[in-house]
Design a protein around this ligand. Structure first.
Ligand code: ADE
Ligand code: ZN
Ligand code: ZN
Length: 270
């Protein structure tokens, strides 16, 4: 009995390192917020490509798919590493790709209008996921610790790693909300602020997330014991990153599918 329990706890401990990206909640909230800001024309295009399924339905799909042979090429697409000796601008590019270049390429391909329906649906599913990942600070983490996966910390009485804390433990501790409750509570930016948040593009958004990652590393040394004060300090940041992800995802999709209405990209009004 004890040996089974030990084996089970080992299997459970191994789980977070097998997962890439915000945990499910972050991806679902990002997609749910975006869905509410699509223009009618974008919504129709998305509906058609996804056969009536929603952005939320596909938001987490790539985390699983990247572990299968068919989509193995996308394994490095969930993150971009910047080591301590580097700056965001000077960090070496991973030849296998990274979250910024993958996102830009998927957007470009989908915009071109030349993809088959199957390939266009694939690009869309990837964009939905990658916009989430580009807002998770540990997805702009260091290569030396594999984006915080090897940076051991404790979360209350449980030993874990900084990546896993930011993927899921911290968001889940921040609020005990469903993804729809999260979206209802944080999707309240004024039109002016929303407009400001969608400025620039994926490179700048990733650079901004990297600046947050530096602060996260500075406030969470190896061995740090995460408790209530840490959750209170970082909850507004998690909320902001989810909101930015949602508004920016809508902005990208509206630009792709309804460029005439780019003036309405933030509100989703026709
Ligand atoms: N997930 C797996 N490897 C990673 C890395 N090097 N950086 C961020 N996330 C990762
Ligand atoms: Zn991911
Ligand atoms: Zn992750």
């Amino acid at each position: 009995m004890r040996i089974y329990r030990y084996a089970l706890s080992l299997a459970v401990a191994a789980l977070p390192s097998a997962v890439f990206g915000w945990g499910q909640k972050g991806h679902d909230v990002t997609a749910a917020i975006a869905q509410r800001h699509l223009t009618a024309r974008t919504l129709a295009a998305v509906d058609s490509l996804l056969d009536g399924k929603s952005l939320v339905y596909w938001a987490n799909w790539l985390d699983n798919a990247s572990h299968t042979p068919e989509y193995e090429y996308s394994k490095t697409w969930h993150y971009k590493n910047v080591d301590q000796k580097d700056t965001f601008e000077t960090a070496a590019l991973n030849p296998k790709g990274d979250v910024v270049r993958a996102l830009l390429e998927c957007c470009e391909n989908l915009s071109s209008g030349t993809l088959s329906k199957k390939d266009a649906a694939l690009a869309l599913k990837m964009i939905v996921h990658l916009v989430g990942d580009i807002h998770q600070p540990m997805h702009l983490g260091r290569y030396s610790d594999r984006g915080g996966n090897m940076h051991v910390v404790s979360f209350f009485d449980r030993e874990t790693n900084l990546h896993s804390v930011w993927d899921s433990s911290l968001p889940e501790a921040a609020h005990k909300w469903s993804y729809t409750e999260w979206a209802d509570q944080i999707d309240r930016a004024s039109p002016a602020l929303s407009m400001q948040l969608v400025q620039d593009g994926p490179w700048q958004w990733a650079g901004e997330t990297y600046e947050i990652a530096k602060e996260v590393y500075a406030s969470t040394p190896v061995g740090y014991g995460i408790s209530y004060d840490y959750i209170a300090r970082w909850t507004p940041c998690v909320e902001q990153q989810f909101l930015k992800g949602g508004l920016r995802l809508a902005y990208l999709l509206n630009n792709i599918f309804d460029p005439v209405h780019t003036g309405n990209v933030v509100t989703g009004d026709e």
